[in-house]
Design a protein around this ligand. Structure first.
Ligand code: ADP
Ligand code: MG
Length: 746
């Protein structure tokens, strides 16, 4: 107890006397250095690598008279202040600053927040550079809360073609009062300081710089912050992109080396039955062949291809380590059947399989699918979920332990401690995000003597080439075609004010004997508020709009058995309309459902929207998807809409436009990746610490691939990066990774 108190005290002491490396740089000082460190910019290198988000080019100034052509877009305008009006008796306080430019027209900057502060900052005749989103109010151009305002004194005159960096801002920087102008000053000082040379030290092998015609790191850093020309800026960006992607690939490459070096040998399955089943020429003999022959459809070429890849891994043809393969394919591409046939390989070899779903409802769905497909075949499939009677559960677990059960379906609880298998051969996990490095490690630790193969299924596919470079740590199989005969799902956006007509269309759909989903988003933070919304909506639908139709409700707060019961009713067409909150719980297969309505649609991610839409169009009937944005996104000319809101609105609506323009999951995930960046897109487990400042995983795919190949070559010649040519790279790599890496071993 006393010891703990002491530690705390010591910490307090150190922090007050802490020295920040940046405080010695001109213009920074201890206070600012501390604030910068809090914002994640602790060293000169951190700041140097905090690249501008974009640049303001003096040549792209827009004349105020022409602003009509730029409605709701971000523009740069230059003009002098003709009036500063401070309304301090209004609530909220409000400041309006009017500027006039050479075109003779005027523009109003409007502030609600910081109104008092802003009013004191500017006066008549100040020459200002203003950047922000343009709106109009009563015919007058205005920018509410500009993104940037800069007073141009003679010294800082914007010259032709000069590019001014605009930095990404975060809360920590903002609350420390560090703005764009100050960041620019800080960068000027760093570029002039003695620290610069070390902070921007070269970290790539000279031969690669030469091969790709890349400029050196110091030059690139200078040009990125204060470009001397658009051409040099381009070169600087190319260099930094390559650097970022090279180190990204290096992480994966090193991780893979480690995996191979430390891996246990996997099970060598005999894959003859599957190989024969895929040929499908002879009279079926084995279980796998007979199951294949009894499928109500023929496998697509893509399904056969990925099965061959999986079989190769299971037979350990190319490598002796357990399979760790990602099976990706669009919604409805038929991944479940593929997984089932792979499981039969293990079953025929006398091993057991576990199929894990992210939720119990989905587990149940998989169980139904698989038992239906395996009807009449001697395969023992069981389901383990919460809420089962104790006696039943004990039996299930006993059968698993004795080896009687061939395939068990459940949630991730299946690989937990109290579940024991007799001989586990293959684990199939649905949805990659929930099955990360940690889970795999736990599995390998638990089955140390004979680790099972692992197949991870993902329904957020990305293009094959991208996947292979992004998931270097995994092998990737892609189902890139849908079974034939699927009809395109029609998608459109309807604003809430126009939804009356939609209510009638729903009636028509139900009149045709088809079913409808109405989904409300569930955001983890405010789950109960979302449930409330859905319950309220359900009541309106059930009592006011469709009192004569059969409307059901399912949401996360319902007890498990009630949830299953509602889903069963919907599946068996005892309900016409299902109001639901949880995305994944709707991950079900009801071919008779042909209309998907998604409320507050912009609050879902693109991948979720695509998944949701994939719930219809599963039978042969024409299906459609209707996206309803929140009422706040309704287009209107409103004086109080700020630049930030407009920007957010654009992003939100862009998502819906993507949904309208394509039903191809690969296209959608590419757009998603481009909008969100890899960190968000892949989730923390897969992305590790991917933080790309300049490179764009989608747009820079070619550089990504070049970097991937270079890393492969480098590591194959010098796996520990010990050659003198690689020393700097090794140093930089070790510095960037906290964990002890394979490079550090030996
Ligand atoms: P995914 O899991 O990839 O979204 P599923 O495995 O759930 O897709 O398959 C979607 C539907 O398509 C299921 O009803 C399944 O039976 C059916 N299906 C699978 N493969 C084929 C095929 N080759 N031809 C026709 N239908 C198929
Ligand atoms: Mg599926």
């Amino acid at each position: 107890m006393g010891k703990k108190a002491l530690t705390v005290k010591e910490e307090v002491k150190t922090s007050s006397e802490k020295e920040y490396p940046l405080q010695w740089i001109k213009g920074i000082g201890p206070k600012r250095a501390e604030a910068l460190a809090k914002a994640g910019l602790a060293s000169a290198e951190d700041i140097l690598m905090h690249f501008p988000r974009r640049y303001i080019d003096a040549r792209t100034l827009v004349a105020i008279a022409d602003l009509h052509d730029h409605l709701w877009r971000s523009v740069a305008v230059r003009g002098s202040v003709v009036e500063v009006k401070h309304h301090q008796y209004r609530r909220p306080h409000r400041t309006e600053i009017t500027i006039r430019d050479k075109s003779g027209s005027t523009l109003k900057m409007v502030y609600f927040a910081y109104a008092d502060y802003v009013a004191k900052q500017y006066e008549r005749d100040d020459d200002l550079l203003v950047i922000g989103y343009v709106g109009f109010f009563r015919g007058e151009a205005q920018i509410v809360h500009p993104e940037l305002v800069e007073k141009l004194t003679e010294g800082t005159e914007l010259s032709e073609g000069r590019m001014l960096p605009v930095y990404p801002m975060n809360e920590a920087l903002r609350s420390a009062g560090i703005n764009q102008t100050q960041l620019r000053k800080i960068l000027t000082h760093i570029l002039d300081s003695s620290e610069f040379a070390t902070a921007a030290e070269e970290n790539l092998p000279a031969s690669l710089l030469k091969e790709h015609h890349l400029i050196d790191r110091q030059r690139a850093a200078r040009e990125l912050h204060f470009p001397s020309s658009p051409e040099l800026l381009h070169q600087a960006r190319e260099r930094m992109k390559y650097e970022e992607l090279f180190f990204l690939q290096l992480r994966y490459g090193v991780e893979r080396l480690r995996r191979v070096a430390l891996a246990h040998p996997g099970i060598k399955f005999d894959i003859t039955p599957l190989t024969k089943a895929l040929e499908a020429s002879t009279e079926p003999e084995s279980l796998t062949e007979r199951v294949r022959a009894s499928l109500p459809f023929t496998l697509t070429k893509a399904q056969r291809q990925v099965l061959a890849e999986i079989a190769g891994d299971m037979a350990k043809i190319k490598s002796h380590i357990p399979m760790h393969r990602l099976l990706q394919g669009d919604v409805g591409s038929g991944k479940t059947v593929v997984a089932m046939l792979a499981m039969l390989v293990a079953v025929e070899n006398g091993y057991q399989c576990a199929l894990m779903a992210p939720t119990e409802v989905l587990a149940k769905q998989h169980f139904t699918t698989i038992t239906t497909l395996l009807k009449g075949h001697p395969v023992d499939v069981s389901l383990l979920i919460g809420g089962q009677a104790k006696k039943l559960r004990t039996e299930i677990l006993a059968d698993l332990r004795s080896g009687r059960t061939n395939i068990i379906v459940g949630t991730h609880a299946l690989i937990e401690d109290n579940v024991q298998f007799d001989k586990l051969g293959l684990v199939v996990a649905d949805e990659q995000h929930k099955f990360g490095v940690a889970q795999r490690k736990a599995l390998l630790d638990k089955y140390e003597k004979e680790p099972p193969d692992v197949l991870v299924m993902s329904a957020t596919p990305i293009p094959r080439t991208l996947a292979m470079t992004l998931y270097q740590d995994l092998d990737v199989s892609t189902i890139d075609e849908l079974p034939s005969g699927r009809k395109q799902i029609k998608t459109r956006t309807i604003f809430p004010k126009d939804q009356r007509a939609l209510f009638k269309e729903v009636r028509d759909v139900v009149g045709r004997g088809e079913q409808v989903y109405i989904v409300y988003p569930q955001l983890e933070k405010s789950a109960s508020a979302d449930v409330k919304t859905a319950v309220a909506a359900y009541e309106v639908f059930a009592e006011k709009i469709y009192p004569d139709l059969r409307v059901g409700l399912v949401h996360g707060k319902l007890p498990s058995d009630e949830k299953h019961e509602v889903m069963r009713k919907f599946r068996q067409h005892e309900l016409d309309i299902l109001v639901a909150t949880i995305v994944i719980e709707v991950g079900i297969d009801v071919p008779n459902a042909t209309m998907m309505i998604i409320a507050n649609a912009e609050r879902f991610g693109l991948a979720q929207l695509h998944q949701l839409r994939g719930r219809v169009g599963r039978g042969g009937k024409q299906s459609e998807c209707v996206l309803i944005p929140s009422a706040k996104l309704e287009p209107k000319e409103d004086a109080t809409v700020s630049s930030e809101d407009l920007a957010a609105r654009e992003v939100a609506l862009e998502k819906l436009r993507v949904m309208e323009s394509t039903t191809d999951g690969f296209e959608i995930s590419k757009a998603d990746l481009a909008m969100r960046g890899p960190g968000d897109f892949l989730g923390t487990q897969q992305s590790g610490s991917i933080k790309l400042m300049v490179a764009d995983i989608v747009a820079d795919e070619a550089i990504l691939q070049a970097a991937a190949e270079d890393v492969k070559t480098v590591l194959s010649k010098d796996p520990q990066l010990r050659n003198p040519e690689h020393m700097q790279t090794r140093q930089a790599f070790l510095q960037s990774t906290q964990e002890d890496s394979y490079l550090g071993v030996a």
